[in-house]
Design a protein around this ligand. Structure first.
Ligand code: NAI
Ligand code: MG
Length: 355
């Protein structure tokens, strides 16, 4: 079969890591003996597009993306455009318009990579952070009284939105995922002692849904305590489900514990498959290292593996994970992991390990 894929490299290292991921995917397809192929279309949206047109993406961009089997995304953000404008104008626009309500972010050790948990065992870190991706703190609700701007008395309101439907679907998603894993456990994260409406609703829904999964171990943990748990007892966790903001923060911490933000992969899923899902590394555009061949492509390549799974190619996804393991086990590590391999050298090593 031929899969139609949209590539949106975006800004900064996004272009470098998307090129790397595409190369790896094309190598897999070339080796498939014609079983599957990828038909790519690339979109040059991002902050340069904004400089030319005043928009982060084409006006009919969503219409153009809608027919693809999946979207492969790099990163968005550059100092020329305010971050809230670039993020909302491209990435959040796609996530919210295509109802990609489940953001899945696996966190695990790679062979030969430990990060700050130096003495940890290979199995001590093996989680999936499941992030509510459609509402919560990133619902975009609120405003500023700009009339008062510059007079020192301005007030801004930023509301979080929690719906029973939104909480229930992401929590069920987490439980269903837990059932596919060796360790059947779901840890729910809120700050429901301080945020007494939305997050108490979340906790209520969590308790109710948990009753449908008696075979899955559960716990509810406050986000501040969970940040400490991540570092002190990582081996106690399997699936961690949290709201948009909390999971955003926790998953960056998780990827740092795994060794680097550059390793972290993610899938923005529309589980009903009414719209295309989007696959992207967790990291941003990394302006501090962009354009120098230093970017770690493993987060983007891991995201390509998540995309293969979604496209119904689980064996190829597993092969790709193995190839990443072979690469790091051989000590081929990019700069963020203390090695000297360039983006290109790391990518080539993964391709070599595949064939
Ligand atoms: P960042 O993730 O771009 O960078 C944070 C640190 O991690 C930097 O020191 C960077 O060099 C390093 N890093 C990130 N990716 C790496 C990789 N692949 N290999 C090696 N090192 C890597 O986050 P930052 O600096 O807060 O934001 C930069 C821009 O990216 C901003 O405009 C921000 O809004 C945007 N951003 C976009 C995201 C997205 O598109 N999903 C996510 C996070 C930030
Ligand atoms: Mg983040």
């Amino acid at each position: 079969s031929v899969f139609r894929l949209a590539a949106i490299p975006g800004d900064g290292v996004g272009a470098e890591v998307v090129a790397a991921g595409r190369e790896v995917l094309d190598a897999l397809a070339a080796g498939s003996g014609g079983r599957f192929a990828f038909d790519w279309e690339e979109f040059d949206w991002g902050c340069d597009h904004h400089a030319r047109t005043g928009r982060m993406m084409a006006e009919d961009g969503l219409e153009r993306l809608r027919g693809f089997d999946a979207i492969y995304f790099g990163a968005v953000g550059w100092p020329t455009v305010p971050d809230h404008v670039s993020l909302w104008g491209l990435r959040l626009r796609i996530c919210q318009s295509f109802d990609q309500w489940a953001n899945v972010r696996p966190v695990h050790f790679l062979p030969g990579v430990r990060g700050p948990l130096r003495n940890a065992d290979e199995h001590d870190l093996d989680w999936v952070v499941v992030r509510e991706n459609s509402e919560g703190e990133y619902a975009g609700l609120g405003g500023r009284n700009l009339a008062a701007r510059g007079r020192g008395g301005e007030v801004a309101v930023q509301s979080a939105l929690f719906t029973e439907v939104g909480c229930e679907r992401i929590i069920r998603f987490a439980f269903d995922l837990a059932r596919t894993r060796t360790r059947r456990k779901v840890s729910s994260v809120t700050k429901s002692n301080a945020l007494q409406y939305g997050m108490v609703l979340w906790d209520d829904v969590f308790r109710r849904v948990a009753a449908d999964y008696p075979d899955v171990e559960t716990e509810s943990v406050l986000v501040d305590a969970m940040a400490a748990r991540f570092v002190l007892r990582p081996q106690d966790l399997s699936v961690v489900v949290a709201s948009n903001l909390n999971a955003d923060i926790l998953s960056d911490l998780g990827s740092a514990l795994a060794g680097s933000l550059g390793l972290a992969a993610s899938a923005n899923l529309n589980p009903e498959r009414r719209f295309p899902s989007m696959f992207e590394p967790v990291h941003g555009s990394a302006p501090d290292i962009a354009g120098r061949g230093l970017a770690n492509p493993i987060g983007a390549i891991g995201s390509a593996a998540l995309m293969l799974d979604h496209l119904g190619l689980p064996e190829e996804a597993a092969r790709l994970h193995q190839a990443i393991h072979t690469t790091t086990r051989a000590g081929i590590l990019p700069h963020d992991l203390g090695g000297t391999a360039t983006t290109r050298a790391t990518t080539q090593a993964v391709i070599t390990a595949l064939t």
